[in-house]
Design a protein around this ligand. Structure first.
Ligand code: GLA
Length: 384
């Protein structure tokens, strides 16, 4: 059996954990699937509907198989996958490489091949694979390799989303394990502090993400506004400005875009942020090059990210992590555009979707506290 799975861009979807914790059930899954289609999230690229931890019974059945919690999912997991597929979406499920999951349900340790076969029979397209309760004599790399092998032989194309949290230098070896994405940080929280800390921690690891295996900076908290049933995630909430910056960072840094809010009640602003076609196009750019970071003279909390796009354009993001508005300046010289080139940059604003025209030598927008501005820029001839 072959598995020809190749992810040509970071996966996009929705996951139950950030908002719903263990309060998941059939109704939530079906309503979320309906909403993904009705509200245009599928059309914007959000394909995967992923059920996180707490879907199973506390113990395996008499034959050693994982079974769905009969109260939460009375019709079983296959019925959920069928419903989700019927909407044109793909279906994701969760397990763990240790003996138990992080919320203490059965893990797949030493059941990898039979669990993978079970997931294939149910119609799973994406497996989030966590890192709790791992026997401490067994390195994480062996267990991700093992599940990758099990999925590659299960007869169905299943994305392996390694939820490894960035330990054991995961970025160094995860691509070779066969996994398609790798969580590189501890769990995100619905706060500006958590967003800024995750983004900062991955700035120097951009070269490790790319086609085939993407650095997963964790699920989005956009639109949670401090609500949700997960006490670990819901810690106060963010402003729309901060959610916008969060989304722009994840887009520019090539992370999977996995929505974590309750989309059934999302605000218009949340929907606008999540379906921004210009930022999604930057995230899904075919070459998936990581951006480089330029610092801003005199302001350690401001920086510019520059990402080369496959059509010759550049995505340029101006970020201000400080608590007051600041000018964030980019000297085009620092991107490689010399004065003698007789070239300039034409700017398209990816948040307002307006054309800004041609800018020469330097561009220095004022950026709100915790804010950003992102442009798509084309090199144009500019003779004096
Ligand atoms: C870990 C993961 C989270 C979530 C929970 C579920 O903490 O990092 O994303 O899947 O487990 O228990």
């Amino acid at each position: 059996m072959d598995n020809r799975m190749m992810l040509s861009a970071p996966p996009m979807g929705w996951n139950s954990w950030n908002t719903f914790f263990d309060q998941i059930n059939e109704e939530l899954v079906m309503e979320t699937a309906d909403t993904m289609v009705r509200e245009g999230l599928l059309a914007a690229g959000y394909q995967y509907l992923i059920i996180d931890d707490c879907w199973a019974t506390r113990q395996r059945d008499a034959k050693g198989a994982l079974t769905a919690d009969p109260v939460k999912f009375p019709h079983g997991i296959k019925a959920m996958a069928d419903y989700v597929h019927g909407k044109g979406l793909k279906f994701g499920l969760y397990s763990c490489c240790g003996t138990r999951t992080c919320a203490n349900y059965p893990g797949s340790f030493d059941h990898e091949f039979s669990d993978a076969a079970q997931f294939a029979r149910w119609g799973v397209d994406y497996l989030k694979y966590d890192n709790c309760f791992r026997p401490n004599t067994v390195p994480s790399s062996l267990l991700y390799r093992r599940m990758s092998m099990a999925l590659r032989s299960c007869g169905r194309d299943i994305v392996l989303a390694a939820c490894q949290w960035g330990t054991e230098d995961v970025h160094q070896w995860i691509r070779s394990s066969g996994a398609h994405t790798f969580r590189s940080t501890p769990d995100i929280q619905d706060s500006w502090r958590s967003i800024a800390s995750i983004a900062t921690s991955q700035m120097e690891k951009q070269a490790y993400s790319g086609p085939g295996c993407y650095n997963d900076m964790d699920m989005l908290v956009v639109g949670m506004y401090g609500k949700g049933l997960n006490p670990e995630t819901s810690v106060g909430g963010c402003t729309d400005e901060e959610y916008q910056t969060h989304f722009a960072l994840w887009a520019m840094m090539g992370s999977p875009l996995i929505i974590g809010c309750d989309i059934r009640t999302m605000t218009d602003k949340t929907k606008e942020i999540l379906t921004n076609r210009d930022l999604i196009a930057i995230n899904q750019d075919p070459e998936c090059r990581g951006p480089y970071r330029l610092s801003v003279y005199g302001n350690p909390d401001a920086f510019v990210l520059v990402k080369s796009l496959s059509n010759g354009e550049y995505a340029i993001g101006f970020f201000n992590f400080s608590d007051v508005a600041a000018r964030v300046s980019l000297n085009f010289w620092d991107m490689g555009l010399s004065v003698s080139s007789e070239c300039a940059l034409r700017f398209h604003d990816c948040i307002s979707h307006e054309e800004l025209g041609v800018q020469r030598e330097i561009f220095a927008p004022t950026v709100a506290a915790h804010g950003c501005q992102v442009y798509r820029c084309r090199i144009v001839e500019d003779h004096p």
